[in-house]
Design a protein around this ligand. Structure first.
Ligand code: ADP
Length: 339
């Protein structure tokens, strides 16, 4: 059974208050408390105010007056507490807003820095690449075998550096919401054949079988050719990188329905732990830092791949099993024509 909400229940320190305000003495209070107990043992519940009235220590009017005063004090105290809390909430909100503002400024600063530094790196690299090309082709004089080999190694490294810088530029554009697509009808059969001829060497170097499943009468798709080539190349690079020798990587491009073409890259590689399947799309994330150092890379690839696919209005998804392999796939919208 619940106790009815009387003013005396709401005002539990009535006795103390009556003593402090001089309405009753401490002695009278003790007497009333003893009386209350006595009544309770004989099965009668008496509130303190009633006990005091029954003992003739105060009258009903004095009791009502005391209770009302206490309720007002209580309400004032509650209002003060509420005002204090509201002020704290406002202060906290302002602090949080300031922190968010700082964070967003810092993030903007980082992206601007990334964009600027990438462009600055590109200019000297263009000169390095240009002179390497002149040297390798013998345009600046004859070379012996050793010199030529050294220059070929330098050229490969310069190309790697260039693709890293390109990724950084693309990434900073995406982070600033500045990625622009040049959409047109794209022949994926041709894109795939170019990308595969590029990846074939890497796969062969690691004794990995590279296969493709692409019908020759594939419809054209609406896409940014350069960016989609980069995406497929990136997925193939990862598949080759994370597959041990003797494994297999397959690029499949198939009509999925009347107007969708599904692009997928699957491998028989090391796979990705289920609890990391979301994180791999975060910029700079690598499943296992030390292992990935062995594999190389920046952790930017998949973040960018996803940005590009999303910019096409599509979704990139991944299925993977540790130790068995992974499959990354995304659909593209078919254009009207057929090759
Ligand atoms: P990077 O390859 O430069 O490290 P990515 O963003 O392309 O960066 O990939 C992020 C991480 O996701 C990789 O470091 C790797 O741990 C994991 N990953 C990506 N593709 C595969 C794959 N095909 N098989 C296994 N792990 C992969």
């Amino acid at each position: 059974m619940t106790t009815p909400l009387t003013p005396e229940v709401l005002v539990p320190r009535l006795g103390e208050y009556l003593v402090q305000s001089g309405t009753i003495t401490e002695q009278t209070l003790q007497k009333a408390l003893a009386y209350q107990k006595e009544q309770e043992t004989s099965g009668r519940k008496v509130y303190l105010g009633e006990a005091l009235i029954e003992l003739g220590a105060i009258d009903r009017r004095q009791l009502d007056h005391a209770i009302t005063k206490q309720i007002i004090e209580l309400r004032n105290a509650l209002e003060d507490a509420n005002r204090f809390l509201e002020r704290r909430v406002q202060e906290r909100t302002a602090e949080l807003q300031e922190a968010m503002q700082k964070l967003s400024e810092l993030s903007q600063l980082k992206t601007n820095f990334l964009a600027n530094i990438s462009h600055e790196l590109r200019t000297p690299l263009t000169h390095i690449k240009g002179y390497l090309e002149l040297l390798v082709t013998g345009a600046l004089g004859d070379l012996n075998e050793e010199q030529r080999n050294a220059l070929l190694v330098s050229q490969r490294s310069a190309n790697q550096l260039e693709s890293l810088i390109d990724s950084l530029i693309l990434f900073s554009q995406a982070a600033r919401g500045e990625m622009t697509l040049h959409l047109k009808s794209v022949n994926l059969v041709k894109v795939a054949s170019d990308v595969i001829s590029y990846s074939r060497v890497k796969a062969a170097n690691r004794s990995i079988t590279l296969e493709y499943e692409i019908p020759s009468d594939l419809p054209l798709v609406q896409a940014d050719e350069e960016k989609i080539s980069w995406v497929i190349l990136q997925l193939l690079d990862n598949a080759i990188k994370f597959t041990p020798s003797g494994g297999k990587v397959v690029l499949s491009i198939q009509p999925e329905s009347d107007n969708l073409i599904m692009v997928s890259v699957r491998d028989t590689g090391i796979g990705i732990p289920a609890d990391k399947l979301d994180a791999i799309f975060e910029p700079f994330y690598q499943v296992n830092g030390s292992a990935t150092r062995r594999y190389g890379g920046t952790g930017l690839g998949l973040a960018l791949v996803r940005e590009i696919i999303n910019a096409h209005g599509s979704i990139l998804d991944v299925i993977s099993e540790e130790g068995k392999g992974s499959a990354f796939r995304f659909p593209l919208l078919a254009s009207q024509g057929v090759i």
